[in-house]
Design a protein around this ligand. Sequence first.
Ligand code: RAM
Length: 511
Amino acid sequence: MFSRFQQEFFLAKAETLKPQLKRWKVSADAVVTPVKDCTVWQDYRMVKGDLDTFLQNNDFVNGSSFIVSLPETTVGQIAFTIDFCKGYADSPSRLQITCGELPREVIDAGLPYNGTLNGSWLQTEVITIDDLPCQVILPRRYSGKYIRFDMLNVPGSVKFSDIHIIACGVEDSLLPPPENLPELLKKIDQASIRTLRNCMQHSFEDGPKRDRRLWLGDLRLQAMVNKVTYRRFDIVARCIYLLAGTLLPDGEVCGCVMEHPFPRSGCHTHDYAMLFPLLLEEHCRWSGDLTVGEELFDLAEYQLKLMERFFDNGLFVGISDPFKDWFFVDHDLELDRQAAMQGHAITGYHSLVKLALMLGKVDKAAEFNAKADLLVSVAREKLFNPATGLVESGKDRQLSYASQIWMIISKVLTPQEGRKALQTIENTPGALKPSSPYMFHYLLEAWDICGDKEHLMELLTGYYGGMIKNGADTFWEVYRPDEPFFSPYEDIRMNSACHAWSGTAAYFLRK
Ligand code: RAM
């Protein structure tokens, strides 16, 4: 595909689009006490107290600790002032500081970690401060609503004041909610926008706590919310150039880009690569910037070319080596991905058709149309069961929401058929449900295509409203309403609670 030299050119373009970050102060506004309560999310309530009084009246000795909260989930550097209380400080102060997006991250800060991702993602530091009094600004950037201070070793006793976060991001404020919305939907809208705002750093990050990188699947959803809110198309373009400048050796657009200290590609994520044409086409259409479409049209086409090896006579047959060939689709290892992947490829071709027409490449449009048509007719023949009205996936003819959803998005099913399939799957015991907010977004997109706005709003209110009722002010990477302790990483502290792919409610509320 593109040579190293061409990729450098795209990276240089990305560099010219690098946004300036704003900085602002968000002060802690309460001291909080965790209270065990099995009726609330993850079994703890945070009871607030007056912070100024607490800090004025309390000195902290070895072994003591306290937790403060911020008015909203904030991204930035932790800062505070620390002083000694009596005599003079004859030794340094050693503190453990833990930042958490959700209560359990700070409550369980001392518990051993046995999750699958590296524990260094947990936002805990041990710092040693030599000369008191002083202001401390931690060098790392965090994302959180709670900060816990543990006195590991302090000279006598110490006092704290001015605890805050030096927040950073491209945008420092939220847009006001649409006036005609009921209260709960206003809250959902604001949490959705805050999620986008907090992820909007030098690129669109998936989560400012974790992975702090640009994932293609997340980016496509952020671009949708961005379109109806901040309209920072410059940053979307920058992200697209970052992807184009960090191709994998075989020319595939990588699933994620790590931006620092210099842009590098992450892993193969084939379903995300298949979404590249969709991302590009939507960006060109929404921003009116056809240059990037011209420049990257061949790259978008090449992504689907690369995927041809996973198809046999127009049917996705897939996954030869599950460790090498990662088709993410959802956080669900049981999910048979055949139908969903067929849908991704068709959607990719449809996007290429639109892009080709936008760019005046009529012959190319016809070529992609023919490819899409073949995949559609094979899907109808092999995956759709007209007797039940459902799409079945894989050799075990698995029934899942994901399969219906992707056959709707790719227009294999008409809106009428789609509506029936979604209604039927809702009443099919044992059908695999969306497991992550990422797949939940696509469920809403499918209902939108099928034209049932009422049901869409019902689902949206139930799901995102559920998170709000459970204390969210940004939306969570992982949310299974009936499984508060579920983590794909085997430790809830690793879950990100401000996550790009969960933030699309504002798109549906505002578009
Ligand atoms: C996780 C992150 C990210 C997502 C990938 C596939 O690591 O949540 O947002 O895109 O999975």
